[in-house]
Ligand binder design. Sequence first.
Ligand SMILES: C[S@@+](CC[C@H](N)C(=O)[O-])C[C@H]1O[C@@H](n2cnc3c(N)ncnc32)[C@H](O)[C@@H]1O
Length: 305
Amino acid sequence: MRPIITSTVAATWALGGWIQLSKLNAVGVARRDADAAESARANRRWWDADADDYQAAHGAFLGDADFVWCPERVRESDVHLLGEVAGRRILEVGCGAAMCSRWLAAAGARPVAFDVSSGMLGHAQALAGSTGIDVPLVQADAQFLPFASASFDIAFTAFGAVPFVADSARLMREVARVLRPGGRWVFAVTHPMRWMFLDDPGPDGLTANTSYFDRTPYVEFDTSGEPTYVEHHRTLGDRIRELVAAGFRLVDLIEPDWPADLIDEWGQWSPFRGAILPGTAIYVCELDQRRSRVVAAESERARIG
Ligand SMILES: C[S@@+](CC[C@H](N)C(=O)[O-])C[C@H]1O[C@@H](n2cnc3c(N)ncnc32)[C@H](O)[C@@H]1O
């Protein structure tokens, strides 16, 4: 869910907190249904509209060719969640400005980065020019990957795509399809516990006001009721179930501590809340050698038929 921002004229009182609704003429916030088409339409428009602001707000923290997993500043160079990367074909899902892929390219990997938003990909292209590190960029929706089966060794995302699609089980199957057997899938998302709380970095963000078990999407909408931004909640159990169903084995689940020296806030992430509540969950998975062929065949059939 998006950060609560106080004292702004473009704010509205909703879901128990003030939220800024400055994009796409949004006028309200609700927990309500949003199907696959509504979610896809809203998020593609929203990320296009937000691309410049996102880059202005977070570009310095993320770096131009750096790999930071989350607001808790976990760096791939320290944790090696992807394993050996040199020479590997690596797919970055929901890449934004693709700084992680540029870091991987500099480390000798062969990354391909994709995102649904042309606005975000525009920043990726501009940074390719300024850094001199060129990575193949593709515009695509993570639920319908335009890549051949078993064509990547590793796939990953830092907060891209996964929470924004209505059918994340399908996304998991698609990632499984494009990975070779034994391939690795690592993704960081907002920790599911956070869905119980307001997106408030201060003390008001420590009181549970929503059921953890309520999977109803978070939706911002405009005057005609059309969603302008959608996020989908999955509990820990839901997420593991959809991973296993797609043929993955969960190798690790990382809940990063907030570093004592980190004072940067990132929306709802703050040193104050980070000392008490987990903010990020990083799922580290491997495609099960035995199950992956069956799941890949099913996913391919579903794609064609
Ligand atoms: C929070 S940003 C993260 C971007 C980048 N990974 C980073 O660390 O800054 C979420 C990204 O997911 C992308 N995204 C949202 N839905 C997507 C989808 N269905 N398929 C591909 N990308 C998607 C957005 O366009 C946006 O670039």
